[in-house]
Write a protein that binds this ligand. Structure first.
Ligand SMILES: [Zn+2]
Length: 245
């Protein structure tokens, strides 16, 4: 696990296969996403590393309900009682009223990629095959949130039907989730990029979501997978699209 402070109070935590974000305003923490089921202890350790505890988390925001983004925060939310918030559609996804996630068969079809088998073993160890739900997940209120970082939710459907990015306007940080990544364990590519299409529920909508991200004002991109990237969302999207052609 690596923790990078990217702006005042804003930390990107990079675990073995996925990221999460901690926003500390001095006495409370907003958690954005929370790793695989096997990352729950790492989420707690990341809070300890910035001098905080799970009891300081006032809310967890979720970019999307995939097992690698809610698996680790689910037991912490149950134990510590903090709310878990995301877009209305994604809240239903996190509650597992439906599931839009690559299946083990989808992954098996990717086994020709050189890195897939190592990655699959890693995520299996982290609980990727467990069925996870967050029964307390609920819809965000509209507008800027009265939480550390004053995050503004940005609907970015495609990767999942309710995928939600978060703009931290004061810090100039865009938390893009899996709408726009900067790397992934199954690819050697670096820099802004879309995840491999088999991860997306709706690839066309995922591409359209890049236009939404490109219009936002930020100086740092914090993705769900890959390192922090410095530049505007417009530059990140242009770079990602350049790779597709
Ligand atoms: Zn992910």
């Amino acid at each position: 696990m690596r923790i990078e402070r990217v702006a005042d109070g804003v930390h990107l935590v990079r675990a073995a296969a996925v990221n999460w974000v901690l926003i500390d305003d001095g006495d409370a923490v907003t958690l954005i996403d929370g790793g695989y089921p096997g990352d729950a202890a790492a989420v707690e350790a990341s809070l300890a590393a910035i001098g905080r505890a799970p009891g300081d988390v006032v809310a967890a925001l979720v970019t999307h309900g995939h097992v690698d983004h809610v698996g680790g925060l689910a037991p912490l939310a149950a134990r510590h009682g903090f709310p878990v918030l995301t877009g209305e559609t994604e809240a239903r996804h996190a509650r597992r009223e439906f599931l839009e996630q690559a299946t083990p068969a989808d992954v098996a079809r990717q086994a020709w990629r050189p890195r897939v088998l190592v990655w699959a073993a890693t995520i299996a160890r982290l609980g990727a095959l467990r069925s996870v739900s967050v029964p307390t997940a609920r819809a965000l209120p509209d507008g800027p949130l009265n939480l550390p970082g004053r995050p503004v939710p940005v609907a970015t459907p495609g990767h999942t039907s309710g995928h939600t990015a978060y703009l931290l306007g004061d810090a100039g940080v865009l938390v893009s989730g899996d709408a726009l990544a900067t790397g992934h364990p199954i690819t050697a590519r670096t820099g802004p990029q879309r995840l491999p299409a088999f991860f997306d529920h709706d690839t066309a909508r995922a591409d359209a979501a890049l236009d939404t991200l490109a219009a936002l004002d930020a100086a740092v991109l914090l993705p769900g997978h890959g390192p922090a990237w410095r530049g505007t969302p417009a530059e990140a999207v242009a770079s990602a699209r350049g790779r597709e052609s």
